[in-house]
Design a protein around this ligand. Structure first.
Ligand code: GAP
Length: 428
């Protein structure tokens, strides 16, 4: 992890938030490469959900919602962690993460556990009083539930159908950490799939399988992924059944995505608290009911950490160590580096022309500094899957050499074919 964290900072993947002020605990900023990688992950998810299923629609709800939403959802009463304080050094711990009654930091006495709500509060309008309290959403899902009727009306979708959303969520985690694994501000990619109550188990299985395949499609090693089923003590207040997809991080097996059967809990509670009907009339079945919801919920930042951890390698090459990020071409921030072998004889100009053509479809990078070997290593370290080299032969026969990052194999192809060649590898 230490090596990866240092690479992320050095090469512009991830910085600490407000670093010049000493940082803000468990908040991070994405640098140029991290921003690109994150966009690619979001785009892969969005395509997998909305482009590849004509029965899934998208929404983009606001982060601030009516405070009653969080009463209805159960978050005001139940989105809590039990917390203990050290009476001496004042450090706080999650009660389920300490053994005994003494502080692991200083040996002081711990208080009795008390419930700590993880939602961030703020105030809407100029008056800071209880009536103006609003919360920063701790999950994006509620923005979908409150828009259920709107989407049914405007989209003419029929159950079974889904609503997808990508957006920020906030949790005042007691024990954040492990870099971007557990943050206080993070992004979720959630999809609520509305089904007839009698079909919930079948849809639950279908979505479990599909979500696992999505992680594999990002190139994650299959033996690093496994299922974890929630036991009765672990289930969230809204869930009838839940499975996590876990990844084996350097700090152990941890959840990256949750698939939950949320039943009709949320829609029923919102109907009760808002006094609005949130039923669905199923024309095919001639039946009115509140749909059950199968939810898939994955952290965007956590997926990004997963792909970086999974891709990081140190390899011995010709007596030297090369650091390489084996990112899938689908999500790699830069798809190809275009490198003139030397800075003369028209090679930089040809390289520039190729770059200008490719950049209309892909993020590519033109680099004419340093030796070609050094330029390869730089690209390996940031995960660029292909390096295109322009040499003296290129000027004569309009061909270029393409080097593949993982195998380091090179092949010669016509410059005119390059765009189609790259399209195929990036978009598959
Ligand atoms: N709507 C259901 C829900 O929010 P969750 O299991 O609490 O379920 C879903 O969160 C996903 O969101 C997790 O699998 C994880 O990827 C991500 N996530 C949750 N808390 C996070 C945090 N503090 N930092 C980063 N990602 C987080």
């Amino acid at each position: 992890m230490e090596k990866l964290v240092s690479l992320c900072k050095r090469r512009g993947y991830i910085f600490q938030s407000s670093e010049i002020y000493g940082g803000l605990n468990s908040c991070y900023d994405y640098g140029p490469l991290g921003t690109e990688l994150k966009q690619n992950i979001k785009s892969a998810w969005w395509r997998a959900m909305t482009y590849h299923h004509d029965n899934i629609e998208g929404v983009d709800a606001s982060i601030l919602m009516h405070p009653r939403v969080w009463e209805a959802s159960g978050h005001v009463a139940g989105f809590t962690d039990p917390l203990v304080d050290c009476r001496r050094c004042k450090q706080r711990f999650r009660a389920d993460q300490v053994t005994g009654s003494t502080c692991t930091n200083c040996g002081g006495q711990l208080t009795e556990p008390r419930q700590f709500n993880l939602m961030f509060k703020t105030f809407m309008g100029p008056v800071e009083e209880q009536a103006s309290v609003v919360y920063l959403r701790p999950e994006t899902a509620q923005g979908i539930f409150v828009n259920f009727q709107n989407v049914v009306t405007v989209s003419r979708q029929k159950v079974p159908f889904g609503i997808a959303q990508i957006g920020k969520a906030f949790r005042n985690e007691i024990t954040p950490g492990n870099f971007i694994f557990r943050m206080r501000e993070f992004e979720q990619m959630e999809m609520q799939f509305f089904v007839h109550p009698s079909t919930d188990s079948d849809w639950f299985e279908k979505w479990r399988e599909e979500r696992l395949q999505w992680h594999l499609s990002l190139g994650i090693q299959p033996d690093k992924l496994r299922w974890h089923e929630h036991g009765p003590g672990e289930l969230a207040h809204y869930a009838k059944a839940a499975f996590d997809i876990q990844y084996e991080f350097p700090f152990g097996w941890q959840e990256i995505e949750g698939i939950h059967n949320r039943t009709d809990f949320d829609l029923k509670r919102h109907a009760e608290y808002s006094n609005k009907r949130l039923e669905y009339f199923d024309e095919a079945r001639k039946e009115k009911y509140v749909p059950y919801v199968i939810e898939t919920s994955v952290g965007c930042d956590r997926t990004l950490l997963t792909v970086l951890v999974d891709a990081y390698r140190e390899e011995a090459v010709e007596g030297e160590t090369r650091v390489v990020l084996r990112l899938s071409p689908r999500i790699a921030p830069i798809k190809a580096a275009i490198l003139p072998l030397v800075r003369k004889d028209g090679m930089p100009e040809m390289s520039r022309r190729i770059t200008d053509d490719l950049m209309r479809a892909h993020r590519v990078f033109h680099d004419e500094t340093a030796s070609v070997g050094k330029r390869y290593r730089r690209q390996d370290e940031i995960g660029t899957p292909f390096c295109v080299t322009i040499d003296s032969q290129s000027l004569q026969d309009q061909t270029v050499t393409v080097r593949e990052r993982d195998s380091m194999q090179q092949e010669r192809i016509a410059a005119a074919q390059l765009r189609a060649w790259l399209d195929e590898r990036v978009m598959g």
